[in-house]
Design a protein around this ligand. Structure first.
Ligand code: GDP
Ligand code: FE
Ligand code: FE
Ligand code: FE
Length: 196
């Protein structure tokens, strides 16, 4: 399949090879699962199928990068200091989006934002961003308590699925006692606590 040149100059097959070269087989399977779920959601909610496919395939492109690569990139491009305190879990989306732009030649801001926000969400998310955020959580390979409820919500109300995932993720992170990134809290305040 060829994608519109406005989004990416690689074909889907070329992109699959590039993505596979960056990660374990297990993570590549997850990526294909996210694409499947993202295409289903885009079909159901009237999203752009090509953008959903591209964003899903690249969303974890940088997940296995060495920490040093992120630190070098962040120093070069001056990111906020609070971001530098976090780790790959946050960087692979927030910084990864910019690396993907440079390395894969993707310049569509909505695709880049879908990657940028796929881990933390954001106060304002476009339909595509919501689709990737939820697809990452419910793809067929995911198995954790609550995933079936998330899948049910995604079938009936995408925004409810975003809220559900946000609440569960924050509760999980708080229970673990790990640092919460500011954008994760912003997502919670708008999507769960309805603070606008
Ligand atoms: P994956 O890349 O497909 O595994 O999924 P994600 O990119 O959505 O999430 C990566 C990890 O980041 C998960 O373990 C999340 O629970 C975690 N995460 C999400 N938000 C935050 C946050 O604010 N702080 C921290 N420390 N971790 C977070
Ligand atoms: Fe991720
Ligand atoms: Fe996620
Ligand atoms: Fe993922």
């Amino acid at each position: 399949m060829n994608y519109s040149q406005a989004y990416i100059t690689l074909t889907r097959d070329e992109l699959l090879k590039r993505v596979a070269s960056q990660m374990s087989e297990k993570r590549f399977k997850h990526v294909l699962g996210v694409e499947q779920s993202a295409l289903e959601l885009a079909d159901q909610y009237g999203g752009n199928l090509e953008k959903a496919s591209i964003a899903a395939l690249v969303h974890d492109y940088c997940k296995e990068r060495p920490k040093a690569d992120f630190l070098a990139y962040m120093t070069k491009c001056s990111y906020p200091v609070d971001l530098i305190k976090f780790g790959n879990e946050i960087w692979h989306g927030v910084v990864g989006a910019d690396m993907i732009r440079d390395e894969l030649g993707i310049h569509d801001e909505e695709i880049l934002n879908a990657v940028r926000h796929h881990t933390t969400g954001a106060a304002n998310m476009s339909l595509l961003e919501q689709i990737i955020y939820v697809a990452d959580y419910i793809e067929p390979g995911r198995d954790f308590p609550g995933v079936d409820e998330a899948r049910e919500k995604a079938k009936t109300d995408l925004k409810e699925a975003v809220a559900y995932e946000t609440q569960k993720t924050l509760a999980y992170l708080v229970k673990k006692g790990v640092p919460i990134y500011s954008r994760t809290l912003e997502t919670y305040n708008v999507w769960v606590a309805q603070l606008e």
